[in-house]
Write a protein that binds this ligand. Structure first.
Ligand code: NAP
Length: 472
């Protein structure tokens, strides 16, 4: 039986494990560096943490949850759901906690992967599935003096629940995480100062509680919400009707919720909508309009022992929270992965990550990536993409067994054709028109996101093109 090793234990990893085991591929193990499962939903515990995709679609199609308490579930419910699914499908006992993978090497003769862990131990598997996500490595900004601050300071993905946040709190970054925790912070802190580099387009969040009686309605909402999310994705191409409509709604919300013209000007984005992630919130603008909240657009010059220097002056703070995002372009750089002939994956990807279907990389046989390059979304549910990948990976394993082969490797021409078509399609996207973490900083290639609707991705992954691979 083919042995499969999965790196990680978040949605991606658990989805692959369940899919394989449901289809008779039972030799599966997962390596998790932490002591609990859940990936980003384990790590992001900041106040107000929740999903900006509606829960009826932000859940597995094969594990619908009729107990979501609201349309946009919060982190505690989501992490419970991941635990429930992992337990129900007997994946939890397969996870080896405290195993941080630091390197993996393909053995040309043995046709296996040797996986090395931080503690010096190793393991061997036939198939390696990295499922480490795109947003698992928090980034602290390279601001001078960041080590000097005397008070509590932390990244939003490593929230310090013991820190005293009742005094003067500075927040650096105004992205998808800040928009969720700041409305909570302003309720407890005496003063909140936000350092904004780029404002975002904000749309209203159609959130609501699901009453107990709603029951099966959650399930019924799924196809409707999937349709709405496909429509929304059209607004991520530049100049579409949906993009223009989204922009109009976003600017109307800003006008409606922010009365102060100066603050409104500060919060008005100056780039095509969709270029950076469109955010959803009903309480962000009201929070920023409160009298004890200030938005500063001057660049942060340095962090000092007592506060933050900006605009030639120093402002004192009691605590600093960094909502400065993640190293999304790292992909698998933090693990040394060597393929055929010792070829280094990070070197092959030196001008930006790329993979056929986001899953397969030439010269790296039996390496099947979950949530790989160009499979992130600017809207909608990433679980739709992860499910399609899990099904596809399972099909590759089925075929390996069917033809009695030990390895599958995508051919160079097939991978090149895929990448050329994809990059050509991405030129129509709004992401091609401003800088964001969706692009590789070295080459400018858009390496994170899938363009347009998600259904074409499900179609592309649904049927295995056996001729695109070398089966050995
Ligand atoms: P983010 O959206 O990338 O926001 C980071 C913020 O920090 C941006 O405002 C950025 O400004 C600012 N920033 C970065 N470096 C800075 C510096 N040196 N000085 C000043 N400002 C700086 O990060 P995030 O909010 O953590 O969210 C990341 C992604 O996680 C999201 O896009 C989303 O995909 C995911 N997420 C999802 C949910 C959910 O609901 N499912 C919730 C939270 C996060 P610039 O814009 O100018 O770069």
């Amino acid at each position: 039986m083919t042995s499969v090793g999965i790196i990680g234990s978040g949605f991606g990893a658990i989805g692959v494990a369940v899919e394989l085991r449901r289809h008779g591929h039972d030799d599966v193990r997962l390596w998790e560096k932490a002591d609990d499962l859940g990936g980003v939903w384990r790590d992001n515990t900041y106040p107000g943490a929740g999903c900006d995709a509606p829960s009826p679609i932000y859940s597995w199609s094969w594990a619908p949850n009729e107990r979501w308490s609201r349309r946009y579930a919060r982190q505690p419910e989501i992490i419970d759901y991941i635990h429930e699914v992992a337990d129900a499908y007997a994946v939890t006992p397969l996870i080896r906690f405290g195993h941080e993978v630091v390197a993996a090497a393909w053995n040309d003769e043995g046709r296996v992967w040797t996986v090395m862990f931080a503690d010096g131990s190793s393991d061997t598997v036939d198939v390696l599935v990295p499922a480490v996500g795109q947003l698992s490595r928090p980034v602290l900004p390279g601001i001078p003096g960041i080590e000097d601050f005397a008070g509590p300071s932390f990244h939003s993905a490593r929230w310090d629940h013991d820190a005293d946040l009742t005094g003067r709190v500075a927040v650096i970054g105004t992205g998808a995480s800040a928009i969720q925790f700041v409305p909570h912070l302003v309720d407890t802190a005496r003063e909140v100062t936000l350092f904004q580099r780029t404002p975002n387009y904000i749309l209203p969040k159609p959130d609501s509680g699901y009453a107990g009686w709603y029951g099966r309605g959650v399930r019924a909402e799924r196809p409707l919400l999937q349709g709405v999310s496909e429509l929304f994705s059209q607004g991520l191409d530049k100049g579409t009707v949906v993009a223009r409509l989204n922009r109009r709604v976003a600017l109307s919300l800003l006008r409606l919720q922010v009365r102060d013209p100066e603050l409104r000007r500060t919060l008005t984005p100056q780039y095509p909508i969709g270029c950076k992630r469109i955010l959803f919130s009903n309480d962000w603008y009201p929070a920023l309009s409160r009298p004890h909240v200030e938005v500063i657009t001057e660049p942060v010059e340095r962090i000092t022992g007592a506060g933050i220097a900006h605009g030639g002056r120093e402002q004192a703070f009691d605590a600093i929270v960094y909502g400065t995002g993640f190293d999304a372009q790292d992909f698998l750089d933090s693990i040394e992965i060597r393929g055929v002939g010792g070829r280094l994956l990070s070197q092959q990807w030196s001008d930006g990550a790329r993979a056929y279907l986001g899953v397969h990389v030439p010269h790296f046989p039996n390496l099947f990536i979950s949530y790989g390059p160009n499979t992130n979304l600017g809207g909608g549910s990433i679980l739709y993409m992860l499910e399609a990948q899990a099904r596809h990976i399972r099909q590759v394993l089925d075929h390996l067994h069917g033809v009695g082969a030990s390895s599958a490797e995508i051919t160079e021409p097939a991978a090149q054709r895929w990448d050329t078509t994809l990059q050509h399609r991405l030129e129509r996207s709004a992401w091609a028109h401003c800088d964001s973490w969706y692009r590789d900083p070295r080459s400018g290639r858009i390496t994170s996101n899938w363009p347009g609707a998600t259904h074409p991705y499900a179609v592309a992954t649904a049927e295995l093109d056996t001729e695109a691979f070398a089966w050995v």
